[in-house]
Design a protein around this ligand. Structure first.
Ligand code: ZN
Ligand code: ZN
Ligand code: ZN
Length: 250
């Protein structure tokens, strides 16, 4: 099982258009520090699952039929806007697994094109794909949102964006099932969490300490957090790393 982080930013992405902060200026100069909308690719056996579809260039990244399925955490634009173009493909269908959100996004449900939205996932009801077990986990966000735990050949990953804290049931499930890797929402520096939609770094550290994965990787990062980290890199306990675009987790 291999998880590649395709994007690790919040909705604004980094550099933020027009921003002159240190983190955005650094990202203008060095592509390593750029961040696209939060998204990942899970590969197992010969299958590829795209996790969230906020990237605008999905059709340029993947050949027709290359993606086995698309797995959606929730229907906020930065996680699904890439589907608006992908749907007008031709000659094949793609199954989109997503939460039972009656609204969805824009006119995707009304004009799905090649996308099949009929598979809806429910919390704690595992979905089996050959040797891969996907367990949907409830998160805490302003729209109905699911995180996902993936189990394959004895390895156990979790992908948890967007969320501010976690429901107790989700924490219990993750703590009982020893995680090798936990990708966790962390949009803000300490004290900036604001209207409870995303973790700040202190909340992410508390979740790491409660769940005890072998490794936590922070994602859904804002330019405020990148700026703050420039002066506070040593703030992170061992076992927690900042995610970056293109990072591969095995
Ligand atoms: Zn900035
Ligand atoms: Zn969201
Ligand atoms: Zn988001």
């Amino acid at each position: 099982m291999k998880l590649t982080l395709l994007g690790t930013a919040n909705a604004a992405s980094i550099p933020v258009y027009g921003c002159e902060c240190v983190a955005c200026q650094r990202a203008m100069v060095d592509p390593f520090y750029r961040r696209l909308n939060c998204s990942a690719l899970l590969e197992f056996d010969d299958q590829k699952i795209l996790i969230d579809a906020g990237l605008p260039d999905i059709t340029a990244r993947f050949t027709p039929g290359e993606l086995t399925k698309v797995l959606i955490t929730h229907y906020h634009p930065d996680h699904v806007q890439g589907l608006l173009h992908l749907r007008w493909g031709a000659g094949f269908n793609i199954q989109v697994l997503s939460p039972k959100d009656p609204v969805g996004f824009a006119d995707l449900y009304r004009h799905p094109g090649i996308l099949d939205f009929s598979s809806r996932l429910s919390a704690f009801e595992p979905y089996q794909m050959d040797n891969l077990e996907i367990t949907p986990l409830p998160l805490l966000h302003s729209k109905q949102t699911l995180g996902y735990a993936f189990r394959h050949n004895g390895k156990h990953f979790a992908y948890l964006t967007d969320t501010a804290g976690l429901p107790l049931d989700t924490v219990h499930y993750l703590a009982q099932n020893r995680l090798d890797v936990m990708v966790i929402d962390c949009a803000f520096p300490p004290g900036l969490a604001g209207p409870l939609n995303h973790n700040d770094i202190d909340m992410a550290i508390l979740l790491h300490q409660a769940i005890k994965p072998k490794k936590s990787v922070l994602s859904h990062i804002s330019h405020e957090l990148d700026c703050w980290l420039l002066d506070n890199e040593e703030y992170l306990p061992s076992g927690i790393v900042i995610g970056h675009d293109g990072q591969v987790l095995r």
